[in-house]
Ligand binder design. Structure first.
Ligand SMILES: C[S@@+](CC[C@H](N)C(=O)[O-])C[C@H]1O[C@@H](n2cnc3c(N)ncnc32)[C@H](O)[C@@H]1O
Length: 221
């Protein structure tokens, strides 16, 4: 969609107050300035931030239950989708990011947008983040699904909603992990790219076959 259509889409789907609109503009201006001195988003998307980043992030909120969620966003990078979700909804959001300059950027963005009371930055590799249950887990362009589940299943309960924009291979990726992982996922199409899929659902555990094989390996040790 064009940038104008993307702005309209946002207003049609969410209650965007004047203050939130101003904050989104402030965030985009800040991102553009920062992108001059560090690699934050693909250069080809700089002229399409509303479509490729703001709406692409915001659309995840369509699948989220009402009310404030305890949300963790893995590999937030320039703040997508985590910061957009925090700007548009009442959620408490933890942004996980391991790269120093991006952590510094995220800290300044959160202060600029006055989000300190609801946004926490876990500035470290995900592997070092303290285990805790979250009600929503999101990750865009973070890792292939098998690695993502391996790294992040410890933040999930049977009730946790996973929101994973996965591009054009969403169905294949979900099929690919099924020998190991059990869950109930559906694929929603992305409003910013009709061919891209978003995996939406719950992870319920590892398959019995996999659990039995792991137990056997453990016994042999
Ligand atoms: C391709 S970028 C995507 C950024 C953002 N989610 C987006 O879609 O624009 C992946 C991000 O994950 C971060 N990352 C990669 N491995 C990580 C890890 N193990 N723990 C935390 N962050 C990690 C990288 O530093 C990078 O900022």
């Amino acid at each position: 969609m064009t940038e104008e259509e993307a702005r309209r889409w946002l207003k049609d789907h969410f209650t965007v107050s004047r203050e939130t609109e101003e904050k989104l503009e402030t965030f985009i201006a800040f991102l553009k300035r920062e992108a001059e001195s560090q690699n934050l988003i693909a250069a080809s998307t700089l002229a399409h931030i509303w479509d490729r980043h703001i709406v692409d992030s915001a659309q995840l909120l369509r699948f989220c239950p009402e009310g404030p969620q305890n949300w963790i966003d893995l590999g937030s990078g320039a703040g997508f989708p985590g910061l957009v979700v925090a700007l548009l909804g009442p959620h408490r959001v933890t942004l996980v990011e391991s790269r120093g300059r991006r952590i510094d950027y995220l800290q300044r963005a959160v202060a600029l947008l006055d989000l300190e009371s609801r946004v926490t930055i876990a500035g470290m590799p995900l592997e070092r983040v303290e285990t805790a249950p979250y009600s929503v887990i999101s990750a865009r362009a973070f890792a292939p699904l098998d690695r993502l589940f391996d790294l992040a299943a410890r933040f999930s309960t049977n009730k946790t909603l996973w929101l994973l924009p996965k591009g054009r291979n969403a169905a294949k990726e979900w099929e690919g992990v099924q020998p190991v992982w059990r869950g109930e996922f559906r694929i929603e199409s992305s409003v910013t790219d009709a061919e891209a899929g978003i995996l939406v659902g719950h992870l319920t555990g590892k398959t019995e076959k996999h659990t039995a094989a792991a137990a056997k390996r453990h016994q042999r040790r």
